[in-house]
Structures are given as structure tokens and as C-alpha cells.
Ligand binder design. Structure first.
Ligand SMILES: [Zn+2]
Length: 522
């Protein structure tokens, strides 16, 4: 009887301990960190790792370049990477050797050297030319985030955070995780420790994205193995942006405290050190994503250059950067086609137009297509009360973009009273003030669903982004050029000049040369 009572009491105690909520708060967090450190081999072993050489192979995917907003992310490149990192002196040398398949097949070769607060970028172009420059401040910020979430570093960073705390456990895909929270350089961080093995499973930074706003940037750890020096480290690392995988690294070789490394690997020449670091250190994956697809990001976080090239009375090609817009002055308002890049770009364009055409509000902002570099300004136009016009297939994307919170780096819309509105365009839409006409025409193409071009019949101008770039070399029969030509023919447009979202302004005959339907064999 006594035994039965004892067993009963033990069961009750056991059940109570099972059902008791996990401890939360700073002390509970420290206990979890200690358990995790023990699982990784103990603090002594973790802290004895001063330098690491890590060779990985992997790939990048880009979700915002696919044909449709909800389509699978496009494969950007497959790469081999070597990372030499000096944990004590905060030095890194990262060599990326990638083979890119999108948007232009070619090599992606660069080396970044970080020495404390100074960083350098070496880029090798397709023809083998080497350029050396100061690393862009946003790219630097992203690399330093990656430094602080290296598997060997992450527990140290969490432990040192003054605001480290533990919240209630979570269950993800039937596995339980302890949840630790802290801030790193102002960015909120969530660290998940798997309850079963007490190993770090994922570290999630909340950072800014020009389009998505507050964005979860997650690095997931798996495939843990014992390595020399008595530590366990993950050999598979996956990066997710708001839950979508954008990068995967498989560790091929990992050497702790390599017996010899050349100090010169971390050398940054004096002329690079002397270059001022121009711009803001905005923590965002945006610059790294742009870098691997080898397209412009250099204006991000920097002052904007805006030029208004008059194409006809009241019609301006808005240039000065990598992505252009078209501004059309109507009787009592302005129409802007293309709102690219990020908030600051559009804010600068809006300011330039207010000065050039005072007293006329921007009534419409037209989205050419949803891609990463062509929709970053739509919130800025919504903030000033413009009605957004987009192909109806991407209206849900636009609505979602307008509703996203931007608390990490508040943008124009998050500070405005306007919420923004969007109207869908099916095949075409005409905007007119009775005299001037702007026609928006959908062009089905393989580049992006819901592509709109703008046609001004009186001026015989056609504004187009990405599917045709005036002045750029284009192969005859190019699919996008053919698609554009077919749309022009179908709509019976008379075009003199094509105005580029990239590039310049070119004669229609240049498109005719490359946009003819390829002849099929008889
Ligand atoms: Zn595009």
C-alpha cells in the first residue's frame, strides 16, 4: 500500500513537472545557454577556437525574381565558398566562387576582406578584370550579422547580450524548441535551442527589407558533427527570408585553429582604408541578394542622383541611377511609370518632380512588374496618396506590400496617414486628361507575369522595363523582344522611340531588328 502511494505520488510529481510551464526570463535564458554550450562541447572548447577555415558548397535562390510573386524562387547560382575567420580580432576573408544561371549566365566571383571596422571588396568580372573597392556599408552590416551568428559565435553573442531572456517554448514541425531573445546591434534576435539535443537549431534576425519591411532572416543549423578541438558544429546551414529558403551551405571542410594561415589574407591596402565609407549601414539581405544576381545595389543607403531628361513637352525620362522612371505631366496631375528600388529612390524622384512641375500632385504610380528592383518604391507613392496601377495578377502582391509593417526602419508609408490603394489593369487601360493620353498595355512575357508597358500615342513613345533595354546588345529572336514586338503589333501601336527602365532612349527600328518572330523551319 505504502509503495502504491509512493508510486502514485511520484507519478503526480512527474506529471506536474511535465505540465509546469517552462521557466522564462533572463535567468532561465542563461541556464539554456549553459546547456547548449555543454552540448556543443563546453565553453572551454568553444572558446579555444580562435580561427576557423570553413569551405562550403551551396546555392542561392531569389524569390523576388520569379515569374509570379507566389512562384518557386529562381535558382541564382551554385557556389563554392571559403571563409577564413579570426574570431578574436573580428577579421574575415570570404571568397565566393559561383556559377550564375540567372539573370545572365556567368561567374560570380568576389572576395570580401573585413578587418574590424574596415572592409574591402574585390570583384572579378567575366573577362577576368579585378576591381578593388571599399565594401558597401549595407553589405558590411549584413556580413557582421553573419559573423555574429556563426555557429561557433552565436552562444557567445547571446550570452553577452544584456537583454537576453527566455520565452515560452515553441513546437515547430513536431519538434520542441527553447526560445531565447536578445538584441544584436539594435536588431531583435530569436535563438531556438532544440529541446531534445540542446543544440542551437536556428537564429532569426528581424531586419529591414525595402519591399517586405520587417523581415525574418533565419539561419538554420543541422547535420551536427564532432570536429577537432572537442566541439560539435553544424555541417548544413540554410538561410530563409520570411520562411523562404534563399541560400544553402553544405560544409565540406571545417578546420578549427588552422596551424598556419597567412596574415596577408586579412590585409586591406591603405588606399582602400583611406576611402570614406559612404552611406548607411542598413542591415538587410537586399544588398547580398542583389550582389549574387550581379545587379545594381550601390545607391542603397546613399544619396540619390535624379535627372529629368525631357523627351517631349511635359514628358520626362527620370534617370540618374540604375533604374529609370517615366513622368508624364497631365492637365492637373502627374503620372509616374515605374517606382523602382527602395523608398529613398522614389522619395528623391518625387521631390525632383515637385520642383520641376510644382502644384501638380502625382495621381497615379504605375508598376511595370513586381520584381525585387521594380517594386521597392510603390509604398512611397502610396504615402503621397497616389493611386497605384498594376496588372491585376499582381494586385494581391501590391496589397500585401502596402500592409506590411516597417517598424525596424520606418519608411514613408509607415509614417503617412494614407494607407494606399491599388487598381488592377486587365489587358490595357487608358489614362487621359482630354488631351494627353497614356496607355498601359499588358505584355505577356517569360520575364514576369503582369508586365505593363506605357505608350504615349501622341508622342509615339513606349516606356518598357527589363524585357527590352534600348542600347543594350540583344540577340535577334530574343524571347522578350519578340514578346514586346508581338504586343506592339497586336495593339497596333505607332512607336518612334523606346524609353528604357534601364539604359537610354532608342529608335523603334532597333527593336524591329531583334524582335521579329523567329522563322520556323519549313
Ligand atoms: Zn524584372
Amino acid at each position: 500500500m505504502r509503495l502504491a502511494i509512493l508510486v502514485f505520488a511520484t507519478v503526480i510529481t512527474f506529471l506536474a513537472s511535465c505540465s509546469a510551464p517552462p521557466a522564462t526570463g533572463p535567468e532561465a535564458a542563461k541556464a539554456v545557454i549553459e546547456e547548449a554550450a555543454a552540448s556543443m562541447g563546453g565553453w572551454t572548447n568553444i572558446e579555444s577556437v580562435k580561427v576557423q577555415e570553413i569551405l562550403t558548397g551551396g546555392g542561392h535562390w531569389e524569390p523576388m525574381q520569379a515569374v509570379e510573386p507566389k512562384a518557386d524562387p529562381l535558382v541564382v547560382d551554385y557556389f563554392g565558398q571559403r571563409l577564413l575567420v579570426d574570431l578574436e580580432k573580428k577579421r574575415m576573408r570570404l571568397t565566393h566562387d559561383g556559377k550564375r544561371s540567372y539573370p545572365q549566365p556567368g561567374p560570380v566571383k568576389f572576395t570580401e576582406v573585413i578587418d574590424g571596422d574596415v572592409a574591402m571588396l574585390e570583384t572579378t568580372s567575366a573577362d577576368g578584370k579585378l576591381t578593388t573597392e571599399r565594401l558597401h556599408p549595407s553589405r558590411f552590416a549584413a556580413r557582421m550579422r553573419d559573423f555574429n551568428r556563426l555557429p561557433i559565435q552565436v552562444l557567445k553573442v547571446a550570452k553577452a547580450a544584456p537583454d537576453l531572456t527566455r520565452e515560452a517554448d515553441v513546437t515547430i514541425e513536431k519538434k520542441a524548441f527553447h526560445v531565447l531573445k536578445y538584441k544584436d546591434g539594435g536588431s531583435p534576435v530569436e535563438l531556438h535551442i532544440e529541446v531534445f539535443n540542446k543544440l542551437p537549431a536556428r537564429v532569426i534576425y528581424t531586419e529591414d527589407d525595402p519591399i517586405f519591411g520587417d523581415t525574418l532572416n533565419e539561419l538554420g543549423f543541422s547535420d551536427w558533427k564532432d570536429v577537432a578541438g572537442g566541439v560539435r558544429l553544424p555541417h548544413s546551414l540554410s538561410t530563409f527570408l520570411n520562411g523562404t529558403k534563399i541560400r544553402e551551405d553544405k560544409v565540406r571542410t571545417l578546420i578549427n585553429n588552422p596551424p598556419r594561415f597567412d596574415e596577408a589574407e586579412f590585409a586591406i591596402p591603405d588606399d582602400i582604408r583611406a576611402q570614406p565609407e559612404v552611406g548607411e549601414r542598413i542591415l538587410s539581405q537586399w544588398t547580398l541578394r542583389r550582389a549574387v544576381i550581379a545587379v545594381g545595389y550601390l545607391d542603397f543607403g546613399r544619396s540619390q542622383s535624379v535627372k529629368l531628361d525631357q523627351l517631349a513637352p511635359g514628358v520626362f525620362h527620370v534617370t540618374g541611377g540604375t533604374h529609370h522612371s517615366l513622368a508624364v505631366e497631365m492637365k492637373d496631375h502627374i503620372v509616374v511609370v515605374e517606382m523602382p528600388l527602395f523608398d529613398e529612390r522614389s522619395a528623391a524622384v518625387i521631390k525632383a518632380l515637385e520642383e520641376k512641375i510644382p502644384g501638380k500632385p502625382i495621381k497615379y504610380g504605375v508598376i511595370s512588374h513586381y520584381h525585387i528592383d521594380h517594386s521597392g518604391g510603390l509604398r512611397t507613392y502610396a504615402a503621397i496618396g497616389a493611386t497605384l496601377l498594376a496588372h491585376e495578377s499582381i494586385v494581391p502582391f501590391v496589397k500585401e506590400t502596402l500592409e506590411r509593417p516597417h517598424t525596424i526602419r520606418p519608411d514613408s508609408l509607415s509614417k503617412a496617414s494614407s494607407k494606399g490603394s491599388v487598381e488592377g489593369v486587365v489587358d490595357s487601360k487608358e489614362l487621359t486628361d482630354g488631351e494627353r493620353v497614356v496607355q498601359l498595355i499588358a505584355v505577356p512575357s517569360g520575364h514576369a507575369a503582369g508586365m505593363l508597358v506605357a505608350y504615349l500615342p501622341k508622342e509615339k513613345l513606349l516606356f518598357v522595363s527589363d524585357i527590352y533595354t534600348p542600347g543594350a546588345p540583344i540577340q535577334p529572336g530574343d524571347g522578350n523582344a519578340v514578346a514586346l514586338m508581338a504586343a506592339i503589333t497586336k495593339a497596333n501601336l505607332t512607336v518612334d522611340r523606346i524609353v528604357g527602365g534601364h539604359g537610354g532612349v532608342g529608335p523603334f527600328k532597333d527593336l524591329q531588328k531583334v524582335g521579329a518572330m523567329p522563322k520556323t523551319g519549313s
